[in-house]
Design a protein around this ligand. Structure first.
Ligand SMILES: *Cc1c(COP(=O)(O)O)cnc(C)c1O
Length: 394
């Protein structure tokens, strides 16, 4: 059996008529850029998030750096995030000209550990970028308390968690802006690139709207800006898919629960943690091997057996060769959990259109590998989750 990592074409076939109708509508309208379909999608995105504003943009990276720019954050300023995220989170800080400051992640959620943030704050610190990694929200309540105390801005990097929520907060409520990516592999993805920003702040909305379209506020009137627009064909595809996002996320949660039940007795890896009261939307289902050397062995075994397992992300940002050390990047304290996450993570296939047979086949293959190595498994948690003394252990 072959189990793919993504199900983009299955998803297209399931709602083909809705997508095709919207694309057709755009083609017939004669308006392909900044047209009525974009306006419609922006209204739907704001309603979905419960925010006053939503702005369609070229991609998720632009959404982060345009948010930084709208907040006046640039050269000489510092922005705190964590190093076990997709490279683009840091890249956006660098494009804005600011310095990325990395602290460790929480061993349970893999999101930024709020208890590590204050030690990284200096007079230059302007913002925190929590990433809702793998589909689970960072502890926004704790992050907001720190931000308020030190007068910092918050931009949520929500590329991986549209539809997720915390115990008593929604995405976009406790921050200045939340950004997202609609590249195809995200929970809400178009057949190409694009992104968006949601906010309740009228000034951020006005600035980002201007910046994305050559600094234009009226025809032929420009100030400094860029081109980062979400075109109407992608808006039409996204509008069709947005109607299904909650059921897509529910399907991901169903497959995650099936993995968790099927793999619970395994000895060689730690399971993903869903914190009580959090609504995890499982952008990725990531297990963490209890020995570093087991990670590549497990991935190789699965791939050889037809299961397209992957790693997210096997090189922490501060270990990347292209990392601008000393200039625009600083690391605060040891980051053992971020490094162990990079060393031990294995992502199992996860998309709404999986079948029970496919999930059960993945479970069977993972269990087969586990049985071969269980005798060598260390007692207790592996390095990525051992000794959790983070915020959420309280
Ligand atoms: C995908 C992703 C981005 C970047 O999105 P693009 O649309 O590819 O620019 C940023 N941050 C995180 C956490 C992501 O997963």
């Amino acid at each position: 059996m072959k189990v793919e990592f993504y199900g983009h074409v299955r998803q297209y076939h399931n709602i083909k008529s809705e997508i095709d109708t919207n694309i057709q509508k755009v083609l017939e309208s004669g308006q392909y850029v900044m047209g009525p379909m974009l306006k419609q999608l922006e209204g739907e995105l704001a309603a979905y998030h419960g925010t006053k504003y939503a702005i369609g943009l070229g991609n998720g990276t632009d959404a982060i750096w345009l948010a930084l720019m709208a907040l006046g954050i640039g050269p000489g300023d510092e922005v705190i995030t964590h190093p076990n995220t997709f490279f683009a989170t840091a890249e956006a800080i660098w494009i804005a000209g600011a310095t990325a400051v990395f602290v460790d992640c929480c061993p349970k959620t893999k999101c930024i550990d709020p208890s590590k943030i204050e030690a990284a704050i200096t007079p230059k610190t302007k913002a925190i970028i929590p990433v809702h990694l793998y589909g689970q929200c960072a502890d926004m309540v704790a992050i907001k308390q720190i931000a308020d105390k030190h007068n910092l801005k918050i931009i949520e990097d929500n590329a991986q968690a549209i539809g997720a929520a915390g115990p008593n907060f929604k995405i976009g409520q406790l921050s200045d802006a939340a950004t997202t990516s609609f590249i195809i592999q995200k929970n809400l993805g178009t057949f190409g690139d694009s992104g968006a920003l949601v906010t309740n702040n009228a000034d951020i909305d006005a600035q980002v709207r201007r910046l994305r379209n050559h600094g234009s506020t009226a025809r032929n009137v420009h100030s400094y800006g860029f081109n980062s627009r979400l075109d109407d064909i992608h808006a039409g595809i996204l509008s069709a898919k947005l109607k299904h996002i909650d059921s897509y996320n529910d399907a991901r949660r169903k497959w995650a629960a099936r993995y968790t039940a099927g793999l619970k007795d395994c000895k060689t890896f730690d399971m993903p943690v869903e914190l009580p009261g959090y609504h995890h939307v499982f952008h990725l289902y990531v297990i963490e091997t209890k020995k570093v050397e087991w990670r590549d062995q497990l991935v190789d075994f699965l791939v050889k057996n037809g299961v397209d397992a992957k790693t997210h992300y096997s090189i922490a940002i501060h270990k990347q060769a292209g990392y601008p050390w000393g200039k625009q990047a600083r690391i605060v304290g040891p980051v053992p959990y971020a490094e162990a996450n990079a060393a031990c993570c294995v992502s199992l296939p996860m998309f709404p259109e999986l079948t029970a047979e496919e999930v059960d086949y993945v479970i069977a293959k993972v269990k087969e590998w586990d049985a071969q190595h269980a005798a060598q498994a260390p007692a207790g948690k592996g390095p990525a989750q051992a000794g959790a003394t983070c915020c959420c252990s309280k």
